[in-house]
Design a protein around this ligand. Structure first.
Ligand code: ZN
Length: 591
């Protein structure tokens, strides 16, 4: 479909940012001219009024840059072959890089201010807006070393990123993928093709792809292990150099999240895996196989139901599902539709997938590619969850505090999915549709809670082993991984020997201690949705005021505590796991 064939109501209104390309050009050249002015504050941030003026100028420029950049981004995404959009996009990126160079003195200069000045700034009512930002600077100072030591560490920058690059080369370039037989044609395996094959209903194809993948990675396994061991050593080195007890502590500290959150997640989930084993056993039963293999875990056993809903019908369903959020929230969703925040359908050269992008001072924009599967209906609820999080935060916070952190980024979107699921399950009587909904929910848990926690546990084990002087080798890493695989998936599946090497093909392991955030995200969302459904209005109010409106004005851990989710305790994980077990009970009854 061409964009010109889509009704206007289904296209996003980028004119809300700039009415025309000419207007964008004009703004671009003005911002470009304004950028160097920020330099006039260099060396002056120790003076309160200069600091204030610098911050105001900075956030003014940032907001203008954001609008330039977002407009270009949206235009580029709506039609990738459009030259104007592409041109705007690369120029906006360039402009942003220039800005980063000009403003790069701000954080280090603030960091070098003495404690007396910083603490006076932080408690000054005139500077209230910057209070959290200043507390973060003071916090990070605890791990800043002497100038000479910092210089040495900075000199090693390219060395630190080397391991990721080496892994990229192994994984994307040197991997000797074999050719496999697909529909009678010899085809070279790739990462993309591998994922497709593992979802195929043809068991032989799944098996061939699985064996081919591990044969390829197996042929380079000593190199991968040596590289991963060096990457772990680097993480441990940087943590020790900066005075942290461990690499995991350094990583969680950078999110301003207590280290105990990480260990609590790994421990509590790890101790409650019985329902996951039951889930694997049910999959075996549904598939009707004598032996369930590791390559049988991704094929969907229940087809994505085509709800055959028009977009407007799907949107109505989302409104009903999110009704527990109250009239104000539902009203905002209607505004999103009426005021064209969303770009609904797939059109020629449009970017695939879905996202939400907040634009300060305008409104959020949502890219969709709506067909009519049930999955697509959940995507609407998901993306609008992001949008309203952005909307509430930027409405209630100053610019500097509006952006929420990665740690909580998937919470609001998942809350919406859970609410919608709950509504649909309550009203759905068709057994096939119920099967789909239940398994959709279970898959959410499996992929974001259990699998990511298993990865998180592996990362923790590898770093701890290295720290205590135990060598990380092909044998030791594979042994630990195999143990975890058995622990997480239980006895209903054959633990094919190849799976021992799975650790060697996970790119995320080179950004250590990242994936646990997916697991804490879904845990938090399930708890919040639970409270909304059981407590009603008071829980909604708390969620809107303390979470959706909080942006990045506090530590993400504190924000979650404010809505009753204390990730340092067992309770939230237990509630999430109970929800999983309950859902599984229902699905088991249908087979
Ligand atoms: Zn999302």
């Amino acid at each position: 479909m061409k964009r010109s064939e889509v009704q206007q109501k289904d296209l996003w209104r980028t004119e809300d940012i700039f009415t025309s390309a000419v207007e964008w050009e004009k703004e671009f050249s003005e911002v470009n001219k304004a950028l160097p002015s920020i330099l006039s504050y260099k060396g002056k941030l120790g003076d309160k009024y200069e600091f204030m003026a610098c911050m105001e100028l900075n956030s003014g420029i940032m907001q203008r840059l954001e609008r330039l950049y977002c407009y270009a981004h949206l235009k580029h995404d709506e039609n990738g072959s459009d030259e104007t959009g592409l041109g705007f996009y690369s120029r906006a990126e360039n402009l942003y890089m220039h800005y980063c160079t000009y403003s790069s003195f701000i954080t280090p200069e603030l960091g070098e201010l003495d404690e007396v000045t910083l603490s006076a700034y932080q408690s000054d009512p005139d500077l209230k807006t910057y209070s959290y930002m200043l507390s973060e600077i003071r916090r990070s100072k605890r791990h800043i070393l002497s100038a000479a030591e910092e210089r040495l560490l900075a000199l090693g920058q390219t060395v630190y990123s080397g391991f990721t690059n080496v892994f990229g080369m192994i994984n994307n370039v040197d991997m000797p993928f074999p050719k496999i037989d697909i529909n009678g044609k010899k085809t070279r395996l790739t990462h993309g093709l591998y994922s497709q094959c593992l979802c195929s209903p043809d068991v032989n194809l799944r098996k061939k792809a699985f064996e081919g993948m591990y044969k390829a990675i197996g042929s380079l396994i000593n190199t991968v292990a040596a590289n991963y061991a060096a990457s772990v050593a680097k993480d441990n080195f940087l943590a020790t150099a900066r005075g942290y007890k461990s690499a995991v502590e350094k990583s969680t500290d950078s999110d301003n999240v207590p280290g105990e959150v990480y260990t609590k997640l790994v421990k509590t989930v790890g101790e409650n895996l019985e329902p996951v084993h039951r889930y694997v056993a049910l999959r075996k039963k549904i598939m009707g196989v004598e032996k369930l293999h590791m390559y049988d875990l991704y094929v969907s056993v229940i087809k994505d139901a085509d709800l055959k809903l028009s977009f407007d019908e799907a949107f109505e369903l989302v409104l009903k599902g999110l009704a527990p959020m109250g009239d104000e929230y539902v009203g905002l969703l209607k505004t999103a539709r009426a005021n064209r925040w969303m770009d609904v359908y797939e059109t020629e050269n449009k970017r695939s997938g879905a996202y939400s992008m907040g634009v300060t001072g305008v409104h959020p924009f949502v890219l969709l590619n709506y067909s009519s599967t049930a999955h697509d209906v959940f995507t609407i609820a998901h993306e609008l969850g992001h949008s309203l999080h952005s909307y509430y935060s930027s409405k209630n916070q100053d610019y500097v505090n509006a952006d929420y952190s990665i740690f909580v980024a998937e919470v609001a979107s998942t809350v919406n999915e859970v609410l919608l699921l709950n509504y649909m399950l309550k009203n759905e009587t068709n057994p096939d549709m119920r099967k789909f909904l239940l398994s959709y929910y279970l898959d959410m848990f499996r992929t974001t809670l259990f699998r990511q926690t298993m990865f998180a546990e592996f990362e923790l084990t590898a770093h701890t082993m290295a720290q205590s002087g135990k060598p990380l080798t092909v044998e030791s890493l594979s042994r630990e991984y195999y143990k975890l695989n058995k622990k997480y998936y239980g006895t209903s599946v054959v633990h094919d020997k190849q799976i021992k090497l799975e650790w060697a093909r996970i790119p995320h392991f080179y950004s250590a201690f990242y994936v646990y955030k997916y697991a804490t995200g879904i845990t938090s969302a399930v708890n919040i949705a639970h409270a909304i459904l059981s407590e009603g209005e008071s829980a909604v109010r708390r969620y809107k005021e303390k979470f959706l409106s909080a942006g990045g004005s506090k530590s993400p851990y504190d924000i979650l505590c404010d809505v009753g989710v204390d990730l340092k305790t067992d309770e939230p994980y237990r509630i999430a796991m109970d929800e999983f077990a309950k859902t599984l009970d229902e699905l088991e009854k249908l087979f």
